[in-house]
Design a protein around this ligand. Structure first.
Ligand code: ADP
Length: 485
């Protein structure tokens, strides 16, 4: 397996790779085998303060570069990421577990953010605004918010980094990244290529750590840090937002989801079931846009459930490095325990278990954290799976009678990230899109994501948008200039 060079340590501050001050390290492990794949430096409060000092010193110089210079660095990073795509994908499969094909797709998606925001750097336009006073003119300009703290999750360990660092660098902001403790090597590999692409010393810092608390505390209480961008659980996001409030930082949060997947009688049940099987089991269900509740109108319910069960039964689970595998391991033991809890709770309360429902055991599975792809039907609102984000390979199906009921059930959650609608009726598609209190709707479409499109949530799924024109605005302050003639 290819791995980034770790010999000098995995903390990156002021253009230099170093060990943690304490010399402490922690292991990164392959979730399919439990093998250690690298020793990672365990940074703490001291290294965080050093990164803030380096970023503060570099901020003015980076903000003063032209957008064309920043674009050139980002486009070079895109070129390097594309050139190294296979090595990065193999590393991701080894560290995070997703099948190699999915890892390749993620690296492509990650590189897209570097390219898109390299291009967007040149399109940060201000405006002129007419005044009611004849002797007055208004101008707006957009300026970098300043130092950015970025905290990223393990489920998309490369693209979640470029989705934040791409626009921050394009806008002219230095970034300090704290990656997830489960996938630090992916972050190291990204930082190596960013440094090679010419990001100046101090402009990017990487703090690998086993314990996010102390690093987070220093970042969030520092008045030098002007922006928090976070992707992770709603629970942690709320805590971080509260900490960030003390110094009134700008905050972008991309949090949990509980996506409804609505299939109406007028849809093709086979097509819809195939779509549900694909999107539900993407990344072993460990995605914030993963459908958590699948609602199917009664007329096509039996046929939909039959096809879904058949497709799920054909999925092959195993080590993602094996080309025949389409479902990898879960990230850790806690995740397996949650799958067991959600399944048992649902079955006890009357759901029908049509596929899977258990941990996978046997030679190729025993050292990893594998759960069989699962289908539950007759799921009801009393069940945990109907309320809690599952984040794993369980498809939970519920029948409905009419459009009004479907919308009411879909919206009955504190989350508001992705949703999906299958219908061939255009009027219904528009009505339902408008009624769903989710920030993303896929209409007969299971992949409503792109570097060019605004991704994010409403309600307790988050604040702000990543990607698209909106993505760079998160790192810019608007300045109003009033001029008397
Ligand atoms: P998940 O459930 O997907 O692991 P988390 O919200 O626990 O999501 O983690 C997402 C990111 O937030 C990770 O990088 C993790 O280390 C970080 N994190 C968790 N708790 C804290 C904290 N108290 N302070 C700063 N970062 C944290």
């Amino acid at each position: 397996m290819w791995s980034p060079e770790l010999g000098n340590g995995t903390v990156f501050i002021n253009g230099t790779w170093r060990q943690a001050d304490s010399g402490a390290t922690f292991p990164s492990r392959n979730p399919a085998t439990s093998d250690e794949i690298g020793a990672v430096s365990d940074a703490g409060a001291g290294e965080t303060a050093a990164a803030i000092a380096a970023a503060s010193a570099a901020a003015g110089g980076w903000a003063a570069t032209t957008p064309y210079e920043r674009a050139a660095v980002l486009l070079e990073a895109h070129r390097l990421m594309t050139e190294r795509a296979e090595d990065l994908a193999v590393l991701m499969t080894t560290e995070q577990g997703k099948p190699l094909r999915a890892a390749r797709n993620e690296v492509r998606y990650a590189a897209d953010f570097l390219q898109w925001f390299g291009e967007e750097a040149k399109r940060v336009y201000g405006s002129t605004i007419p005044s009611a006073r004849a002797d007055q003119r208004f101008i707006t300009m957009h300026q970098p918010v300043g130092l950015v703290a970025a905290i990223t999750p393990w489920n998309y360990p490369i693209s979640m980094i470029t989705r934040k660092i791409g626009p921050a660098l394009a806008a002219g902001c230095p970034v300090i990244l704290k990656p997830a403790e489960q996938t630090p090597l992916c972050a190291v590999a990204v930082f190596q290529l960013l440094a090679e692409a010419g990001v100046p010393a101090g402009v990017i810092s990487l703090l690998t750590t086993r314990d996010p608390g102390p690093v987070g505390q220093v970042l969030l209480t520092s008045d030098a840090i002007r922006k928090l961008t976070f992707t992770g659980s709603t629970e942690v996001g709320k805590t971080l937002a509260a900490q960030a409030a003390g110094t009134v930082k700008r905050v972008s949060l991309e949090l949990g989801g509980h996506a409804p997947f609505l299939v109406f009688d007028d849809a093709d049940p086979v097509h819809a079931a195939k779509g549900a099987a694909l999107v539900k089991f993407l990344n072993t269900g460990q995605a914030c846009i993963s459908p958590n509740r699948i609602f199917v109108q009664r007329g096509i319910y039996p046929e939909f459930v039959r096809v879904l069960t058949e497709r799920v039964g054909a999925l092959r689970t195993g080590n993602g490095a094996d080309a025949a595998v389409s479902i990898g391991p879960l990230i850790d033991e806690q995740a397996v325990a949650k799958m067991e809890r959600h399944t048992q709770d649902a079955v006890t309360k009357g759901a029908r278990l049509l596929a899977g429902g258990h941990r996978l055991a046997g030679q190729e599975f025993d050292q990893g954290t594998f759960f069989a792809p699962t289908v539950l039907s007759e799921v009801t609102p009393e069940m945990l799976i109907y309320r809690e984000e599952t984040f794993g390979p369980i498809a939970a199906v519920t029948p409905f009678d009419d459009e009004k009921q479907a919308i009411q059930m879909a919206n009955d959650t504190a989350y508001g990230l992705a949703s999906y609608v299958y219908t061939r009726d255009l009027s219904r598609a528009i009505r339902v899109c408008e009624a769903l209190r989710f920030a993303i709707v896929g209409v007969n479409d299971i992949n409503p994501t792109s570097a060019a499109a605004p991704f994010g949530g409403t309600k307790e799924s988050g604040l702000g948008r990543e990607g698209g024109r909106e993505g760079i605005a998160e790192y810019l302050d608007t300045k109003l200039v009033g001029l008397s003639l």
